[in-house]
Design a protein around this ligand. Structure first.
Ligand SMILES: [Mg+2]
Length: 98
């Protein structure tokens, strides 16, 4: 059994791999269009949580959005850590806009 990941040392790459290891088969079968709908549904839940005052729920919805973003990246062969590093951590990060 895999040891639980420690949030203090968790990396984006490790989390994306965790989502891949657990869900990749079913995620690929579902495909990008339906997965994108799930992702947008989670964005909607996050929007609702941002309007509310339940911080535990807000945390949960941020987690869901990140998990579904990892799923979308996995089934489209995108390594999020590489993508983030390339765009935001290089010599010319975007200034004033994303
Ligand atoms: Mg949710």
């Amino acid at each position: 059994m895999m040891p639980a990941m420690d949030p203090r040392t968790l990396t984006l790459r490790a989390f994306q791999k965790h989502i891949f290891d657990r869900y990749e088969k079913v995620d690929r079968r579902r495909g990008t269009p339906k997965t994108f709908l799930w992702f947008i549904e989670e964005i909607g839940e996050l929007a609702t949580a941002l309007h509310g005052d339940d911080h535990a729920n807000l945390q949960e919805e941020f987690a869901d959005v990140l998990a579904w973003l990892c799923t979308l990246a996995n089934i489209n062969n995108v390594d999020l850590a590489d993508a983030v590093a390339k765009k935001y951590l290089g010599p010319k990060p975007p200034k004033g806009h994303k």
